[in-house]
Design a protein. Structure first.
Length: 613
């Protein structure tokens, strides 16, 4: 009998009798042995038993396999005493006698996989691997997780014949293929609650603008906030440089692979990721929310009734004397409270909720104090909607204050492009709009002068296409701007006019006359900062890629890369090249990339039928 001993990095051991001639090991469901740590690939390794020899084979895993500390390639023989390292797991063999193997039952007969799962670890443990923030399902947590697996009792004798092959989840059980199923993103926030968005495209962009695949019109959502990329049944969400970022299960990520039941927060909008084939009942969420609110209202009502009863029973003696004296007269005198018309009883006056501390802090633009006062108020009145609204407003204005300070700082330092973009997207309902109006005309004028200078330089170089782009940018910032139109109209015409004026035809011959120089020589205008130009082209490239304009994204990314090398620009070139089947550009991209960027380009190209080295 040959036994496989599996030990994880916490010292937990699992023993598996090696009965089959071939066993697959990996993180994906469907493997014979499933090791769920993130530094284990979906299909990591294979064990082969041929006569008396055992081989271990690397199936193209990312982190590879080590045998006795040495990394292997392909298939190598192993024997008792060898230590095989797969991610955080160590494997070894123990030979108890070959004769017992023939009569032992298949330990995999009654189960699909043997999971070795624990709680997720920080991403830095396995750098470059796909994050896994969703806790493993309870159905996968079997006894092999913490206790050694013992050989099952011998099964009853079966009729002679070939032994049945145990089914795994990866096997085809139906003759006809089922229709492809897609994941969904379901909104759980009160805004758009219950809205379902099928993730049925290879790439889906989420944002506030109408051109996105999933449009969420909420000010906490950026114009192009995030992107979800589908690879078979695997979905990965990427942050597109949004203001509020991506939070999955309470942790912030730049990119993360989504799992069944993940809770995604984009700004103030919450989604639930519904995996392909998963049945998700939104009505249960609605009923739970209603019952929670009803229970809260019941508790609050009970507290109010109890307060009234205690107030009547333990009313101060002085007030009791006043009520007794008042009962002897025809007109009762009450200093506080109200009189019930039917019984004549005095009811305690209900105190009005006081928001003055919060509103005073808001009026003084002291956002930190306002948030603190709102939190203190909500600790006493957790269901008060007005206090919650005041807190939300304070947090929004605290953010707006930071944006305004960044805008002013960028303008004073001469970073006019950044200042203009911050001002253009500044919230219209912010209290800082009054402050912004005092400096915004100066920002617009300084930025327009910069663009005007750039347009003139481009026109002298006959780069008319770029003249139009820069002119459109200035007009978008100030629609009443008229200084760019004459330059744009005249660009390119001077060439044809000069050609006609300097050419004189004499029969079949042409005499070229040098035109008289009537203008004094001008000093050359210094060119713009290459770093600033590269950043501008990079921003346009990212925008083009987010909107699936792949050819434009390639052109802009390459222009930016020539000015300043950037792995992000090479990544956009590679991903766009995969989408447009431009193999040579994809090869160029991966030659300039490494790590996760390189793997993602290779995976995307493979999905589009392009094999890269």
């Amino acid at each position: 009998m040959i036994k496989l001993i599996i030990e994880d990095d916490e010292g937990k051991t699992t023993i598996v009798p090696l009965i089959r001639d071939e066993i697959t090991i990996g993180r994906k469901e469907g493997n014979t042995i499933r090791l769920t740590e993130r530094n284990v690939s979906r299909r990591h390794a294979k064990l082969l038993k041929q006569t008396s020899q055992i081989y271990v084979e690397d199936l193209g895993s990312y982190n590879g396999i080590k045998v006795n500390g040495n990394k292997i390639r392909g298939r190598v023989p192993v024997t008792q005493g060898d230590r095989i390292q797969i991610g955080d797991y160590t494997l070894a063999f123990k030979f108890d006698g070959a004769a017992a193997a023939a009569s032992a039952p298949d330990p995999f007969e009654e189960m699909k996989t043997i999971p070795m799962e624990r709680a997720p670890v920080p991403e830095e443990v396995a750098e470059g691997t796909t994050p896994d923030v969703q806790p493993p399902a309870e159905a996968d947590l079997q006894e092999a997780q913490t206790q050694p697996m013992e050989q099952p009792e011998p099964a009853p004798a079966k009729p002679a014949g070939p032994a049945p092959v145990p089914a795994t989840e990866g096997a085809d059980l139906v003759a006809s293929p089922e229709p492809e199923q897609f994941a969904q993103a379901v909104v759980l926030s009160d805004v758009m609650f219950g809205a379902e968005f099928p993730l049925n495209k290879a790439t889906m962009v989420i944002g506030r603008m109408p051109e996105n695949d999933i449009v969420i019109d909420h000010r906490s959502i950026s114009r192009h906030h995030a992107k979800i990329v589908r690879d078979g049944n695997h979905y990965t969400i990427f942050d597109l440089g949004s203001q509020n970022g991506i939070v999955v299960n309470g942790e912030k990520y730049d990119r993360v692979e989504l799992r069944k039941g993940d809770i995604i927060d984009l700004g103030h909008i919450r989604f639930r990721f519904v995996a392909p084939g998963e049945v998700f009942d939104i009505e249960s969420i609605t009923a739970h929310k209603k019952s929670s609110k009803m229970g809260l209202y019941v508790v609050i009502g009970g507290i109010v009734v109890l307060a009234v009863i205690l107030g009547i029973v333990f009313w101060p003696p002085s007030n009791a004397k006043k009520r007794s004296h008042a009962s002897e007269t025809t007109q009762p005198s009450v200093s506080s409270g109200t009189i019930d018309a039917g019984t004549g009883q005095v009811s305690p006056k209900v105190e009005t909720l006081d928001y003055s501390k919060i509103t005073m802090a808001l009026a003084a633009k002291n956002w930190t104090t306002a948030i603190s006062e709102a939190d203190a108020f909500l600790s006493q009145h957790p269901a008060d909607e007005r206090a919650q609204q005041l807190k939300t407003r304070a947090k929004a204005e605290q953010h707006n204050a930071t944006v305004y300070q960044n805008l002013v700082s960028a303008w004073r330092k001469g970073h006019l492009n950044r200042a203009a973009m911050l001002g253009k997207n500044f919230p219209k309902d912010s209290v800082y709009q009054a402050d912004l109006k005092t400096i915004w005309p100066k920002v617009v004028e300084d930025y327009t002068k910069l663009l005007l200078k750039r347009v003139k330089d481009l026109a002298k170089q006959k780069r008319c296409a770029e003249v139009k782009i820069v002119a459109r940018k200035a007009i978008a910032l100030n629609p009443e701007e008229t200084r760019f139109q004459p330059i744009e109209n005249s660009c390119g015409r001077s060439i044809s006019v000069a050609a006609r004026n300097t050419s004189r035809h004499h029969g079949s011959h042409t005499t070229h006359v040098q035109p008289r120089n009537t203008t004094p020589p001008t000093t050359p205008t210094p060119t713009e900062d290459p770093a600033q130009k590269a950043a501008e082209l990079g921003a346009r490239a990212r925008n083009a890629y987010a909107n699936n304009r792949f050819s434009q994204a390639i052109s802009l990314s390459r222009q930016s890369y020539r000015l300043r090398s950037s792995s992000r620009m090479a990544f956009i070139v590679g991903m766009s090249a995969c989408q447009t089947h431009r193999t040579s550009l994809a090869k160029w991209a991966i030659s300039h990339l490494g790590g996760s960027y390189k793997r993602m380009v290779k995976t995307t190209c493979a999905n589009h039928g392009i094999t890269l080295p």
